[in-house]
Design a protein around this ligand. Sequence first.
Ligand code: PBG
Length: 325
Amino acid sequence: MIRRPRRLRATKAIRNLVRETKLQKEDLIYPLFIVDGENIKREIPSMEGVYHFSVDMLEDEIKELVELGIEHVLLFGVPDDNKKDCCGSEAYNDNGALQQGIRKIKEVAPEMDVICDVCMCEYTSHGHCGILTEGGYVDNDKTLEYLSKIAVSYAKAGADMVAPSDMMDGRIGALRNALDENGYETVAIMAYSAKYASAFYGPFRDAANSAPAFGDRKTYQMDPANSNEAMVEADLDIEEGADIIMVKPALSYLDIIRRFKDNYDLPIAAYNVSGEYSMLKQAVKQGLLSEDAIYEAVMSIKRAGATIIITYFAKDLAKVIDMKK
Ligand code: PBG
């Protein structure tokens, strides 16, 4: 006798009934880039459909997100070159563009969950994610002091969550202490636990003007060949107080997402990064792939085990998600 799995694929209603993974708007976090200046809504050349916004231009974008049912944003500050210095001090300027952006978003949409990326590469003149020693090595423990100041500044401005992406050792513990000491024990930490030294960040570095001026990030971000090391990183982050653990990038690292899912009870996030976005976006634009490829790719991230997906496709997806059922 032939077993017939096709019975459960026979009609749309049955397919809906037996679908194992459901992609929802609630799963999606939309990244936003906030720049200095006024009256700026400028498309990022390497990331079609993604824009730089000055604070005064955020309102319409936030209202659109609310209308689309997107409840979470991940903010990146992109300061002018003349504000960058050795130590990224603009990052913890309580009146910096990012801090103003947080306040603006909370004013326009108090319910919007505001998450802030905590890192220094956009703010340092050398483009590395921390404070450099004379030899050009990123000084781990010194960097922790600065990351803590940055996180507290974002919390003070009203951030609901901070997401350190620097990959320094001990950063989750340092941030948790600093937040607690300053009365922000309710501000959550989403840890970029397994963040790989990936070529898929290329378009983002254009977007954030954050490419390292020399060398690369291999002394702090992870080797793409490693999987066990991701477990070590996640163990440490959880021990130090992470609320959510993340894998980044997503599509080339689905196996890591699944390992996290199978081994940890915390919510798992995955970052569908800029290179993954631009690759697919361009392929669709050129007619090589249908738009369904976007849905399929993001679905694979959820199926692998991430219940939280950071993606530049959030708006595109929110528009079609209900029709896919
Ligand atoms: C900052 C940071 C990066 C990304 C998020 N936070 C770039 C990097 O590490 O070089 C990449 C996001 C993306 O590619 O979409 N450290």
